[in-house]
Design a protein around this ligand. Structure first.
Ligand SMILES: [Zn+2]
Length: 283
């Protein structure tokens, strides 16, 4: 027997070499503001706020409801409403296909979630827009869901909170989407007459027809730090007026200074801030 021969079976390798490599891809992200490399789990645990510089990343619509509503529990309203593509619109791809892709990607029928839940024990109606769904644009479905949420708040006499995150009206629905602005504004007028509180939370970005309708009509309009809020974008404004825009133009801090908004509130304080505001309004 040759002494140099291995008689025993070689130790079995539990996992093939390729699978033993540590998977790091997609686990890290770079902060756009301070350029720090952040572990995605840390970011998620911090409600998508950079732990180094407090830069507010975009928060998904479902996460937003979980942030604001007690025990992360809520009843979703009108979840089945979906667009019928009224103009049979096609640009680089058919609108119907665009809708289908977004619905598949996000597991929701359109760009807003409306829900009923509790905020620090107080019943509220809360709406949350999803930027990932065709830029959070407002078509007939978003308009209808917001209008129904307003009706429900009115009927039950409970406060309404809308968190906006949108590029504006949905071009693919043309005038149908523009009509939503008037419809929602009228409904909010009724809410105001009934003295039911309405709080707007503006997040990055809130622009176009959404800013020009429900996002700025609250009894209290608050925004997250550094959010882009405006009607037309800064580049368009600059080209039209042919002047250099001041620093921080259309950012929430600038808008508070100019009286367009009531306050800038850090995401971690948002829930307690709204709760205190509602206490103040005695509801
Ligand atoms: Zn940062």
């Amino acid at each position: 027997m040759a002494w140099f021969k291995r008689e025993k079976k070689p130790i079995e390798n539990p996992t093939p070499v390729e699978e033993r490599r540590v998977r790091t891809e997609g686990m890290w992200t770079k902060c756009g503001a301070c350029r720090a490399i952040i572990w995605k789990k840390d970011l998620q645990a911090n409600w998508e706020v950079c732990p180094k510089c407090e830069h507010h990343f975009r928060l998904g619509s479902r996460k937003r409801l979980e942030l604001l509503l007690d025990d992360e529990v809520y009843t979703e309203l009108d979840a089945e409403l979906a667009s019928s593509d009224p103009l049979h619109f096609t640009d680089t791809k058919p609108y119907a296909q665009r809708l289908k892709d977004a619905q598949h990607k996000l597991g929701m029928k359109d760009a807003i979630l409306t829900a009923e839940g509790h905020l620090n024990g107080r019943p509220v109606i809360c709406c949350s827009m999803e930027f990932g769904f065709i830029g959070g644009s407002m078509g007939a479905v978003v308009g209808e869901k917001v209008a129904r949420a307003i009706d429900r708040a009115l009927e039950r006499k409970i406060p309404l909170i809308i968190v906006s995150c949108s590029g504006g009206a949905r071009m693919m629905e043309g005038v149908v989407s523009l009509m939503q602005m008037a419809k929602i504004s009228t409904a909010l007028g009724e809410l105001d007459d009934a003295r039911v509180p309405y709080i707007c939370v503006l997040t990055d970005p809130t622009t176009g027809g959404v800013t020009a309708s429900f996002a700025m009509l609250g009894d209290l309009n608050v925004a997250e730090p550094g959010a882009l809020i405006g009607f037309a974008g800064p580049r368009v404004v600059e080209q039209t007026i042919r002047q250099k825009l001041p620093e921080g133009f259309q950012r929430s801090e600038f808008l508070v200074e100019k009286g367009f908004l009531d306050a800038v509130v850090h995401r971690r304080d948002l829930k307690s801030y709204i709760s205190r505001a509602l206490d103040f309004m005695k509801v």
